[in-house]
Design a protein around this ligand. Structure first.
Ligand code: SF4
Length: 403
């Protein structure tokens, strides 16, 4: 069966989103409950490419209000350590919901549903918010972004925000051999497992202001000026990849979900046919580039998951300039971190003495709950994942101890 995807180019994100869903949505929504699952995983300013554009959300709200839906929710659950309602507010989405008279919610407030995964590959079951299972129509409203760990984050991966509270980091903490590592990492297979039980009815991808580079939170905004909508999340994600200048098969978790759902490229119909005129080549980024881009602080990573990597990217993005002229700083992350890893390369004998995190030629701190066992020897930033501003604060404590 043909899967239609509609790409709308323009300058008014509310009108574009309205126009895109109008083309893609072909059922009677009267009286039905609808959840617009936006992307506010990270707290960021409105229209910065970090979160779904508030005007895109407005366009979708207006479309569904006109169709007399029963209940209309707009919501997400942010990464651990970020208040979901604060993130929705900061993104401008809470304000739009208030103006439009629609409920803006944290998905965690609806309780937890433990769901068994059919034919599990990485996880047998997952804890998810109840709300996506209570509504009649689930709509994924991601931002078009590159992702330093999964290549891209689009309509399928956006539903990872439906995972309940701390369980969100679970797919990042699988330490098991993937069935075929040439096809994807543990996280990619984990997303495929998630998509078996939590998959959108429609996807409306916000590329009005997209993100390239160190996405999902530390990248650079791109004024792509498109909204992409369709019934099939796989189809929408594939079209978004092409708009980002990537090949259809560039992203492992999309390939795995596509294979699992039996989606054939020959069934893809994209309108307008010349949609590639709107494409541009996005700058990609992997976690390896992070080490090369910033020489101070030095990051020592021993088995950290991608949630910690994402926190470090944000930390580097917003705080790296604070260390340009200062002493060398070493930040240790990951569950396999050893004391020797932190001191090696610093010219130390391993003795911290009474100077806390300060060593004669630098400062050493440990970050993330996985490193808590080192908290007696080094200033420690708790969190799972840690919050970037608290990492900076912990380094300040290390400096103070040495002064
Ligand atoms: S502390 Fe960091 S590395 Fe450890 S599980 Fe949490 S986010 Fe992942």
């Amino acid at each position: 069966m043909a899967s239609e995807v509609f790409v709308i180019k323009g300058t008014n994100p509310a009108e574009m989103a309205y126009g895109a869903i109008k083309k893609a949505f072909k059922e009677d929504a009267a009286g039905k409950s609808v959840l617009l699952k936006v992307n506010t995983g990270f707290k960021g300013p409105a229209a910065s490419g970090i979160c779904t554009h508030p005007e895109v959300v407005r366009g979708l709200i207006r479309f569904f209000k006109e169709r007399d839906v029963g209940k209309l929710y707009v919501g997400d659950s942010s990464i651990v350590g970020t208040d979901s309602m604060e993130a929705l507010k900061s993104a401008g989405i809470l304000g739009v919901c208030m103006e439009e008279g629609v409920r803006c919610v944290s998905l965690d407030d609806f309780g937890v549903e433990k769901v068994s995964i059919p034919d599990p590959v990485m996880v047998e079951s997952l804890k998810l918010s109840r709300l996506p299972f209570q509504v009649d129509i689930l709509i994924s409203v991601p931002v078009i972004k590159t992702h330093m760990y999964t290549g891209a984050t689009l309509g399928i991966k956006n539903l990872k925000g439906c995972m309940y509270q701390k369980d969100k980091t679970r797919l990042h903490r699988i330490h098991r051999q993937p069935p075929d590592s040439s096809k994807g990492k543990c996280l990619d297979y984990g997303i495929m497992d998630l998509a078996k039980v939590c998959y959108p009815d429609y996807t409306v991808a916000d590329g009005f202001i997209a993100m390239e580079g160190f996405g999902p939170s530390g990248g650079t905004p791109v004024n792509l000026g498109v909204v992409v909508a369709g019934h099939s999340a796989v189809a929408v994600d594939l079209v978004c990849l092409r708009l980002m200048g990537m090949k259809f098969n560039a992203v492992p978790h999309i390939n795995l979900v596509r294979e699992n759902k039996g989606f054939e490229l020959k069934d893809l119909r994209v309108y307008p046919e010349n949609y590639m005129d709107y494409s541009r080549r996005f700058v990609l980024a992997s976690e390896h580039d992070l080490h090369q881009s910033y020489s101070n602080p030095r990051m020592v990573d021993r088995g950290a998951c991608s949630a910690c990597h994402a926190a470090m990217v944000q930390f580097f993005r917003y705080h790296h300039h604070e260390y340009a002229d200062g002493p060398p700083v070493t930040v240790g992350i990951g569950r396999d971190l050893e004391r020797e890893d932190l001191l090696c390369g610093s010219g130390q004998d391993g003795s911290m003495g009474s100077s806390g995190g300060r060593v004669p030629d630098g400062i050493v701190v440990v970050v993330g709950n996985c490193t808590a066992r080192h908290s007696k020897g080094f200033p420690f930033c708790k969190g799972c994942p840690p919050v970037p501003s608290q990492i900076a604060r912990t380094i300040k404590i290390g400096k103070t101890l040495g002064d």
